[in-house]
Write a protein that binds this ligand. Structure first.
Ligand code: NI
Length: 173
């Protein structure tokens, strides 16, 4: 079966606020599997359900798998909530839904997130550095926020212009 397509800016579905997941059923488990497959294929270190067009509060991350000697160790977070944040960190971010662009984004340097895993058990995930950045980036997707919503208006409008040009060229091809 072909992999599901990642929605790309400016698809309006990326701007929706996703709904909490009430029941972890086979459909949700299948979606989580699809999300992991797409994340490893792209490749990426995180993917949120809205990026595949599903407006539900779930994302997957695996921040170490493409390091040298790293192994796949995906974590699925359902209905995640930040319960603690501390400090400030600036990181150059990119996103599978924002083609050909990266920019510095300021976020909390450390976060603690409470969520439910695929078995319905509560998990508490504490992270710092890249993993903390990734968790906050993916959680933003569930609220319809992209990292380009967290950069200066000028930088954002330059990207939007570039992206529109790119889409026009694609259409002309
Ligand atoms: Ni993203």
């Amino acid at each position: 079966m072909p992999l599901r397509e990642v929605l790309q800016f400016p698809d309006p579905r990326l701007k929706r606020v996703s709904e909490p997941i009430a029941t972890i059923d086979e459909e949700i488990r299948a979606l989580a599997r699809d999300m992991c497959d797409v994340m490893y294929d792209e490749p990426g270190i995180g993917l949120a359900a809205p990026q595949l067009g599903a407006a539900v509060r779930m994302f997957v991350i695996d921040t170490g798998w493409n390091d040298e000697g790293g192994e796949r160790n995906p974590l699925t977070l359902i209905n995640p909530e930040i319960v603690h944040r501390q400090g400030v960190i600036t990181w150059e971010e990119g996103c599978l839904s924002v083609p050909d662009y990266t920019a510095d984004v300021e976020r909390a340097a450390e976060v603690t997130i409470k969520a439910t895993d695929l078995d319905g058990a509560e998990i508490v995930e504490k992270a710092e550095g890249l993993r903390a950045v990734c968790l906050q980036h993916e959680l933003d997707h569930l609220d319809g926020i992209l990292f380009i919503d967290r950069i200066s208006r000028l930088k954002r409008s330059l990207y939007v212009k570039k992206r529109k040009k790119q889409l026009t060229l694609e259409q002309e091809e």
